[in-house]
Design a protein around this ligand. Structure first.
Ligand code: PMP
Length: 306
């Protein structure tokens, strides 16, 4: 039997004896309080579709888009009091899909448990909207061609937790991963996609199965194009990154985060004299104005809950 569970703020443990298939997917989206008192979600259908695409890749049954959206709306409205005031944070929503079924062997998961956690959050990086410091990882990889790097499966994050933890202990904000074949093309950061700016042209690694197709990435590409920037999705080698005018990351949690320095093989390259880059600032402003209900939603990305 499929189960859709909603949990109130913060996790609680659940045990299910049917959950014998060791696989899981999750999503991340946010509910915002707009300046005129609405509660809104940003492109939640994209999260539902990404979870369904992930489930297809992982041979798992999954809720329909409608069931996903209904459960998310229910959890947000039930936890409305936890949504911070406009500009002070958001309610982070983490839908979790676990495959289940009564077969012990390796087989598709015909049943599932779908659970949603929600928690109020502020800035992801302690820096806030200030440059972060990344380190390029050369020993660990988060994905390989033909693998599951392009879907939001739990294992992708477990695989690189060691590198991430070591980088944090050394004072870095996060880790930037390279492709595991040539070990020279950018992939992504632990929780976000990466963009490189040179002479007003914005480049970002193309989606080719090893990086997560970020919803913020896609939105920022559209916003940048509408602001008149040229955006190129391609292979981005480390050399191009290190000679960039500006580097920034995008994600639901990190929003648009400027990168102040990148350390590669022990050598640190700095960007922007410790200041937020011009392009990152422009894109951050455009995106957050939309999410806070200040800018007009011309793209139809905002779903109003009340
Ligand atoms: N890459 C990874 C590995 C992530 O975990 C995330 C966060 N979901 C992203 C990129 C950004 O995706 P989104 O913009 O959809 O949050």
């Amino acid at each position: 039997m499929n189960r859709i569970l909603s949990s109130v703020v913060f996790a609680r443990r659940i045990f299910r004896k049917e959950a014998e298939h060791p696989r899981g997917l999750f999503e991340g989206l946010k509910a915002y309080r707009t300046q005129d008192g609405n509660i809104v979600l940003f492109r939640p259908e994209e999260n539902a579709l990404r979870m369904r695409a992930g489930a297809e890749r992982m041979c798992m049954a999954a809720p329909t888009v409608e069931q996903f959206l209904e459960a998310v709306k229910e959890i947000v409205l039930a936890n409305e009091r936890w949504i911070p005031p406009t500009g002070k944070g958001s309610l982070y929503i983490r839908p979790l899909l676990m495959g289940s079924g009564s077969v012990l062997g390796i087989a598709p998961a015909p049943e599932y448990t779908f659970l949603i956690y929600a928690s109020p959050v502020g800035n992801y990086f302690k820096e806030g909207l200030a440059p972060i410091n990344l380190v390029i990882e050369t020993d660990f990889h988060r994905a390989s061609p033909g693998g599951t790097g392009g879907v939001k499966t739990i294992g992708n994050y477990a695989a690189v937790l060691k590198a991430h933890t070591a980088a944090k202990a050394q004072g870095y904000s996060d880790v930037l991963y390279l492709d595991c074949v040539h070990k020279k093309y950018l992939e992504e950061v632990s929780s976000c996609n990466v963009f490189v700016v040179k002479d007003n042209v914005i480049s970002t690694p193309a989606i080719k199965g090893t990086i997560l197709p970020g919803i913020t990435r896609k939105s920022i590409i559209d916003i940048a194009c509408s602001l008149g920037f040229e955006v190129v999705e391609q292979l981005v080698p480390v050399d191009q990154l290190l000679s960039a005018d500006e580097v920034f990351c995008t994600g639901t949690a990190v929003v648009v985060s400027p990168v102040g320095s990148i350390t590669h093989k022990g050598k640190r390259t700095s960007f922007g004299d410790g200041k937020v880059g011009r392009v990152a600032q422009q894109l951050h402003t455009a995106l957050t104005r939309l999410q806070m209900g200040i800018a007009e939603d011309n793209m139809d990305w905002i779903v109003k809950l009340k």
